[in-house]
Ligand binder design. Structure first.
Ligand SMILES: Nc1ncnc2c1ncn2[C@@H]1O[C@H](COP(=O)(O)OP(=O)(O)O)[C@@H](O)[C@H]1O
Ligand SMILES: [Mg+2]
Length: 352
């Protein structure tokens, strides 16, 4: 079921939190609302779900205007960070509860709960209570309860935030599998860029109540519209240097290194102060435009190692390298920047 927000506006008191947002989630698509804390992700999700009334604009499910339709009548499945299971009920009764509210027959409820439990792999747990389950199992129960009514859309608000790292990884792919199997249209609210990148067809990245870019994960990583987006995606993060464009090159101010830029772009921006963004995979030994600095920090990430290299003015470049690197803290290194992969931003942070 397609979800469409048209000029959606939400205020709390005098404060406008979302100001005229447009968003379309295609039928069968899973989209992430990604952004820092307080940017308006949950507010948007609650409006889609019908918990919040809107102060302006319209919300459509398919061609149906649901702006003034209650949550119960919208037929949405919702999963929150705090699984919100009923502690005194068995798993079976937790999952069946929405159907019981609808006064479906005991036989129908049993059959539907059985089917959905099988899909989320908790058939063996139906007679337990939530307190007897692990965090991941509770999350599966919450998902089953959200899906048992066959909702038109699935809304997930930071559903993995309370799980430990291993479970989070497992549940990421499980939620995606279930979304694929059901073909349900889904919106995932998260502040975790890896979650958004790995689980969703598209990402809508938000800042201060606005969607600043919406596209596929890889495209957003490669073609961010601003330094904000570039900085939000990627771990370890992209590094920024500021300096001037002169005669086709970016001049790094503290080492005077000249880094070649795209010809046309450099020509039309000659003399301009810009910042460049360099991702850690594009700053490597024996490759690209050499720049010299001191290794100031090393972090082993298991298979790979992160190096921070400090330039004379204190600016940091990051390099992520596989096995075989031998640099130590305090070493002076001369590593290369992969110039064609540089992202260039103007003084307002807009990509040029
Ligand atoms: N019920 C509410 N009353 C007043 N302000 C709220 C309410 N809910 C959220 N806000 C404010 O709206 C902004 C966005 O909140 P929220 O959508 O929860 O952010 P996010 O989910 O992105 O962290 C925040 O500044 C928050 O304080
Ligand atoms: Mg939130």
């Amino acid at each position: 079921m397609r979800i469409l927000l048209e000029n959606f506006t939400k205020k709390f008191g005098d404060l406008t939190i979302i100001d005229g947002m447009d968003l379309e989630v295609h039928d069968g698509e899973m989209i992430a609302l990604l952004g820092g804390s307080g940017c308006g992700k949950s507010t948007t999700l609650f409006a889609i779900c019908g918990i919040h009334k809107v102060n302006g604009g319209r919300i459509f499910f398919g061609d149906h205007d649901v702006t003034n339709v209650t949550t119960q009548e919208r037929n949405v499945g919702v999963v929150f960070q705090s699984f919100a299971l009923y502690p005194h009920m068995t798993v079976e009764n937790n999952i069946g509860f929405p159907l019981k509210l609808r006064k479906e027959s005991t036989g129908d409820i049993k059959r539907k709960v059985g089917e959905i439990a099988e899909m989320v792999h908790i058939e063996a747990l139906l007679q337990r209570r939530p307190g007897e389950l692990s965090g991941g199992q509770q999350q599966r129960v919450a998902l089953a309860r959200a899906l048992v009514r066959r909702p038109d859309v699935l809304l997930l608000d930071e559903p993995l935030a309370n799980l430990d790292a291993t479970l989070r990884l497992e549940m990421r792919s499980e939620i995606r599998r279930i979304q694929h199997e059901t073909g349900i249209t889904a919106v995932l609210v998260t502040h975790d860029q890896t979650e958004a990148m790995s689980m969703c067809d598209r990402i809508a990245i938000m800042d201060a109540g606005k969607i600043v870019q919406i596209t596929e994960p890889k495209d957003m990583y490669d073609n961010p519209v601003s330094d904000f987006v570039a900085g939000f995606l990627g771990s370890p993060p992209i590094a920024f240097l500021s300096g001037k464009i002169e005669d086709g090159h970016f001049i790094e101010p503290s080492t005077k290194t000249k880094i070649p830029l795209d010809h046309e772009m450099a020509k039309s921006n000659n003399g301009r102060t810009v910042s460049i963004g360099i991702r850690p995979e594009y700053f490597q030994p024996n490759n690209g435009t050499a720049v010299s600095g001191k290794v100031s920090f090393i972090e082993s990430q298991g298979r790979e190692t992160l190096y921070n290299v400090m330039l004379p003015d204190g600016k940091i470049l990051r390099s992520i390298q596989g096995e075989g690197s031998v640099a130590k803290i305090g070493d002076t290194v001369e590593w290369g920047i992969n110039a064609p992969k540089i992202l260039v931003f103007d003084e307002d942070g807009k990509r040029i």
